[in-house]
Design a protein around this ligand. Structure first.
Ligand code: NAD
Length: 336
């Protein structure tokens, strides 16, 4: 199988490429990525020399180049991870999110259709369902009710994916996963931000009262779920992915503080993010029963391994935390 992975230099995409190359010794993977601030080829240093791996720098909005790559590498399957993915940035600059997440997805779908691609998998998010109260879970039937420009752009893309199935019969799947954590995550997201700030002795900024709940999943459990969807997903179906690991942001930050043995006084509450969803929680019964998916990581084991990874890979994240990112960070959280 020849797979086009878009956004493969990002957090989940790079983990997925490594996972697939290791698991299937006859699959070829083309990583197509624009290398925005979030893309980093150092996350794939160990696979650069694998002859079944190719990197192409490009924008998913560039229809001509995507079409060329799909033909040149005889692509069978497209898995689209490419996105602007940070909610805070979407509040500052929604247009970039509409361009990549919505228009980019439409370009990929069109190229998939024109080239008779066997399967197109859209990596979406549970955030398209909006926010839950204190109880209940998102199922695949939960109405879409996105609250941030990020989630609205992802929901829009999901509707286009659905339309290409209904209108043109394209073999598509949409996966909607809860919050991921693990190695190679850009240090603007909660868990790596807290680990790396703690390691640098910097403040640990928590939005609002810190009682927002997220349902955390180790990135490799997410990759295993996507692998199942690529091979066994039924045409046109949506699959929710989540591990029933609901934690408040306060719990996460206190756990990291405790495991790293740093001082609690580093924790600082900062004004809440506008439109901040209160709780996400996934009902993943469909992918478990229909495709036989089971997460392997317990949250405790996963977080411990992740902390160890950031401790052992400081060069990787220190380079990412410099330059453009520091300018953004200061704007977001002030001089800290
Ligand atoms: P990320 O920000 O780490 O990576 C995104 C990648 O896409 C980067 O390598 C970037 O260079 C690339 N990219 C951005 N714009 C592009 C463009 N126009 N053309 C080509 N490449 C482009 O994101 P992530 O956390 O790995 O998330 C990957 C996907 O999974 C996203 O679609 C996101 O919505 C979804 N998702 C993420 C999570 C999570 O917790 N991180 C949870 C559920 C779903």
């Amino acid at each position: 199988m020849n797979i086009l992975v878009t956004g493969g230099a990002g957090f989940i995409g790079s983990n997925f490429i490594r996972y697939m190359l290791n698991k299937y010794d006859n699959y070829k993977i083309v990583n197509y990525d624009l290398l925005t601030y979030a893309g980093n080829l150092e996350s794939l240093q160990d696979v650069q020399t694998n002859e079944r791996y190719t990197f192409v720098k490009g924008d998913i909005c560039n229809a001509q180049l995507v079409d060329y790559v799909v033909k040149a590498y005889a692509i069978d399957v497209i898995v689209n991870f490419a996105a602007e993915s940070h909610v805070d940035r979407s509040i500052v600059d929604p247009a970039a999110f509409v361009k990549t997440n919505v228009l980019g997805t439409q370009v990929l779908l069109n190229v998939a259709k024109a080239n008779g691609i066997q399967k197109y998998v859209q990596i979406s998010t549970d955030e398209v369902y909006g926010s839950l109260g204190e109880t209940g879970y998102f199922t695949e039937e939960t109405p879409l009710a996105p609250n941030s420009p990020y989630s609205a752009s992802k929901a829009s893309a999901d509707l286009l994916v659905r339309a290409y199935h209904e209108t043109y019969g394209l073999n598509v799947n949409i996966t909607r996963c809860s919050n991921n954590y693990g190695p190679y995550q850009f240090p603007e997201k909660l868990i790596p931000l807290m680990i790396t700030n703690a390691l640098e002795g910097k403040e640990l900024p928590i939005y609002g009262d810190g009682r927002h709940v997220r349902d955390w999943l180790h990135v490799l459990d997410h990759c295993a779920a996507i692998d199942l969807v690529v091979h066994k997903g039924k045409a046109g179906e949506v699959y929710n992915i989540g591990g029933h690991n609901e934690r408040t942001n306060n719990e996460i930050v206190h756990l990291i503080v405790e495991k790293l043995g740093v001082c609690k006084s580093l924790i600082k509450y900062v004004p809440d993010r506008p439109g901040h969803d209160r709780r996400y929680a996934i009902n993943a019964a469909k992918i478990r029963t229909e495709l036989g998916w089971e997460p392997r990581y317990t949250f405790n084991q996963g977080v411990e391994e992740t902390i160890r990874w950031y401790v052992n890979n400081q060069e990787w994240w220190k380079r990412m935390k410099s330059g453009e990112y520091m300018a953004y960070y200061k704007k977001q959280y002030g001089e800290r």
